[in-house]
Design a protein around this ligand. Structure first.
Ligand code: SAM
Length: 226
């Protein structure tokens, strides 16, 4: 099949290597270069999928610097795929700047549908999924309080990413601002061996996750204000 785009954003598994589409594999095999957030991490996936396409590193520390050169190469006819370490590029990962730069130069961009952590966490939270806001990571220090105050008034379901060592603190802060009986859900290690999703009130979740050291990758889902 002849693909029109020059730049493809290709979602990759968030844990389970089976979670990659046939089309993603075909695109990764057919492009001239794969822009990867971490070429060593992606190298393992590409090896597993028997994809021999060359990689070039593209991450938050070099994306500004590389942008113009990449745009020129795309304009000259190169086909590229952007992947991140896991999930969908540009979702709490590099990608937005390159997409914006391509669109400004009328370079065709296509994002393939595929794995991302926020959607399974939202759907299996049992909280309304018809309308939701995705907050990515909350600021660690400056601006965190303002964001928590704003989110306490949010009526739609709230989805956010958090590191395991900050999980309990984040739940406590939400309990403080939203009330401890607000319903929520924590999904940990989605698609992986120790995957778990715990649903309950913020208070119940604080109690559950305070019992032992929390490990792994985390998505928090919080019910909107009634
Ligand atoms: N681009 C990715 C996506 O589409 O979901 C997100 C990348 S962001 C740098 C990494 C964060 O995503 C983790 O800290 C965690 O909050 C969430 N995440 C990624 N994989 C996950 C998984 N398997 N289970 C739970 N959360 C996950």
């Amino acid at each position: 099949m002849q693909e029109k785009a020059s730049l493809f954003l290709v979602p990759t598994p968030i844990g389970n290597l089976e979670d990659i589409t046939l089309r993603a594999i075909r695109i990764l095999k057919s492009v001239d270069v794969i822009l990867a957030e971490d070429t060593r991490t992606s190298g393992k996936l590409l090896k597993h999928l028997e994809i021999a396409t060359k990689q070039q590193s593209y991450h938050i520390f070099n994306e500004h610097q590389n942008l113009q050169k990449l745009v020129e190469r795309l304009k000259a006819g190169e086909k590229m795929a952007l992947i991140s370490d896991a999930g969908t590029p540009a979702i709490s990962d590099p990608g937005f700047l390159l997409v914006r730069a391509c669109l400004a130069e009328e370079i065709a961009v296509e994002c393939l549908p595929g794995p991302t952590a926020l959607i399974p966490a939202l759907v299996q939270s049992g909280l309304p999924a018809d309308r939701f806001v995705f907050e990515g990571f909350l600021p660690h220090k400056k601006g965190r309080l303002t964001r928590l105050q704003q989110l306490a008034e949010e009526k739609r379901t709230i989805v956010l990413y958090e590191s395991p060592h900050r999980l309990v603190k984040a739940l406590q802060q939400f309990a403080e601002h939203c009330g401890e009986s607000r319903r929520a859900s924590v999904s940990r290690e989605l698609t992986k061996l120790y995957e778990e999703t715990v649903n309950g009130t913020l208070n119940e979740l604080i109690e559950y996750f305070s019992k032992s050291k929390v490990k792994g990758e985390i998505v928090i889902v919080i019910e909107g204000k009634a």
